[in-house]
Design a protein around this ligand. Structure first.
Ligand SMILES: NC(=O)C1=CN([C@@H]2O[C@H](COP(=O)(O)OP(=O)(O)OC[C@H]3O[C@@H](n4cnc5c(N)ncnc54)[C@H](O)[C@@H]3O)[C@@H](O)[C@H]2O)[C@@H](O)CC1
Ligand SMILES: [K+]
Length: 555
């Protein structure tokens, strides 16, 4: 599970440590310098260009620049007025050249010689996109990078120009909401301090982050940090005091804790009955796929209540027709006008119960979304459907606006309706009242007709089993993504892959928490969560402190 923390919680975690004199910036810059050395495979004959903003993000970059210069690297720092004083002094003392950001031609010349650019312009203190001279510089630099305009999402290989390492976050992204206003340097690697930030997991900002490494600097925000030494910082009851993450991403290794598994006394009704009102004469496939996917997730029973009747049973003999018990409804995939009318009494029933019964409203059924719903109802629009929903509810929000900030759009939709909202896209964003936001990325192979019908079926099965709606939505998205890997594939292939994906995850086939995360199919965005060992071996924090000490002594 990846737990991400927004700027406020990071600052709250930093504050007592800074007050106690813990050298957080030394740790951060040490981790950054080590990451750069690892990336380049050494320091001799290498050149680095550090872009240094006015705040502490620039401070991290300057101390790392000093460290790298002492290791034999040719380093230039590009600064504006007001750069971090101690950091600048350290960089100068270590022999770094210092360039003024206003001298843009000299900076671009130096940039062309560098093997790595270190982006320390803005961190979690950014308000809006890059402005001023650094904005112009980043535009020039980004424009000069081979292939970056042609392959905006494909990532880059070493040798295709300088590598870019972002400090904490790519400068100018929305740390908390994943927005990407203004020019942003596309990083190959982001070294994020203390804990991942939500913007590194959310579209569109995550596309600028490249691979993400979390540097453990001792903030009490993660299990790794706790193991590595938070206890020594006199946090009396660490579990009670742990802040809840602002954003969570479920991984394969989390599925055994989430996925409903029958016990010795289970029977079909305890495992949950999914009711499906999907498919129609105009769009029959959606009904079959939705029922098939619900069955693949392993509920007790799937009851089909759409207009396709026995045709569904011929294709999926396990499906049951006729009225009866339903624990969670899936309504909407592939409903034409007639089928929508047939589904209306089911929706009336849900409304008359105050929207408290678990249900998925997808596709055409999103037309029934309204104020006064509860988190038990899960709305599953893609950006276009959410724009239509906003327009019907009198909320301003175009499709483009939604794509520019999906997390904020999903939040707005959830706040307005009271429902759980899953905004589907390259990253599925789940927002539910009282729950952390979930972000689940999936491979682009799943951008195929019918994949949404499959998702709705999976989700219905998890709701019927009694999972809390936000977790159900995130777990379904996780499995949907894993089942879509290694394409090309059609929607029915995704369904076919689901049992094997779940089986492998339940058998422990997933990666251990923290051992590594690669956003499925998203080559330009991958997480590598560095994990401290509880016992044995040196802890990363100690190693970073040692490096920082060495740097101090050498200077
Ligand atoms: N407090 C500390 O000692 C630590 C801070 N750390 C680093 O410090 C960063 C946060 O530092 P700060 O709070 O100083 O914030 P930043 O370094 O992100 O930048 C704040 C400065 O940028 C300016 N600014 C804000 N938005 C701008 C925009 N859109 N365009 C141009 N200028 C803009 C502000 O006026 C302010 O001067 C973290 O991201 C992390 O890299 C880490 O080293 C850990 C320790
Ligand atoms: K940065």
């Amino acid at each position: 599970m990846i737990r991400a923390f927004g700027a406020r919680k990071v600052r709250e975690a930093e504050a007592p440590l800074l007050a106690a004199g813990v050298p957080l910036m030394e740790r951060a810059s040490g981790a950054l310098a080590l990451a750069v050395l690892r990336l380049l495979g050494g320091s001799y004959g290498r050149r680095a260009l550090a872009l240094v903003g006015r705040g502490n993000n620039g401070g991290d970059a300057l101390f790392a620049a000093a460290f790298l210069a002492r290791r034999g690297m040719g380093v230039a720092a590009v600064v504006a007025e007001g750069a971090h004083g101690a950091g600048l002094a350290a960089a100068r003392a270590a022999g770094c050249a210092v360039l003024d950001v206003a001298d843009i031609d000299a900076v671009v010349r130096e940039a062309a010689r560098a093997d790595v650019w270190i982006d320390g312009i803005l961190g979690i203190g950014a308000r809006g996109g890059l402005r001023g001279p650094f904005a112009s510089l980043v535009e020039r630099l980004e424009g000069s990078r081979e292939g970056s305009a042609l392959l905006p999402e494909a990532g880059r290989s070493a040798g295709a120009g300088p590598l870019v390492v972002a400090v904490d976050v790519p400068s100018g992204i929305g740390t908390d909401d994943g927005a990407a206003p203004g020019p942003i340097l596309r990083a190959d690697l982001t070294v994020t301090m203390g804990a991942p930030k939500p913007g590194l997991l959310l579209d569109p900002a995550r596309r600028y982050a490249g691979r993400v490494e979390t540097a453990d600097i001792g903030l009490c925000l993660s299990a790794a940090a706790r193991a590595a030494g938070c206890a020594a910082l006199d946090v009396a009851d660490i579990d009670a005091g742990f802040p809840s993450p602002d954003l969570v991403s479920i991984e394969r290794a989390d599925l055994p804790l989430l996925w409903p598994v029958p016990g010795p006394s289970s029977h079909k009704y305890t495992r949950g009955v999914v009711g499906v009102a999907a498919g129609s004469a105009s769009y029959p496939g959606a009904g079959f796929l939705c029922v098939d996917a619900a069955l693949a997730a392993g509920p007790g029973m799937v009851r089909y209540a759409g207009t396709l009747g026995s045709a569904v049973v011929s294709s999926c003999p396990e499906a049951v027709l006729g009225e009866g018990r339903v624990d969670a409804w899936v309504i909407g995939p592939g409903l034409d006008r007639e089928a929508l009318a047939r589904a209306e009494p089911i929706v009336d029933g849900l409304r008359s119960e105050g929207w408290t019964a678990p249900a998925v409203l997808d596709a055409g059924a999103l037309a029934w979304a309204e104020r006064g719903m509860t988190p038990a109802t899960v709305l599953t629009p893609h950006a276009g459907e959410l724009a239509a929903l906003f327009s019907r509810l009198g909320i301003e929000g175009s499709r483009e606006g939604i794509a520019a900030c999906p997390a904020a759009a999903a939040k707005l939709a959830s706040e307005f309706t009271g429902a759980t909202v899953v905004l589907k896209g390259p990253v599925d964003v789940v927002v539910s009242p009282g729950s952390p936001v979930y972000a689940q990325s999936g491979p682009a192979w799943r951008a195929v007709a019918g994949a949404g019908d499959v998702y709705a079926g999976l989700l219905g099965a998890l709701l019927a089993a009694g999972l809390e709606p936000a977790r159900a939505a995130a777990a379904a998205a996780c499995v949907h993504g894993l089942a879509s890997e290694n394409g090309p594939m059609r929607a029915s292939d995704i369904v076919r892959n689901v049992p094997a994906v779940v089986r492998a995850a339940l058998a422990g086939g997933g990666s251990e928490e923290g051992s590594g995360y690669h956003a499925p199919g998203a080559s330009a965005s991958a997480f590598h969560m560095r994990r401290a060992r509880v016992s044995g071996g040196r802890r990363p924090m100690q190693k970073i402190d040692e490096c920082a000490r060495t740097a101090r002594e050498e200077s």
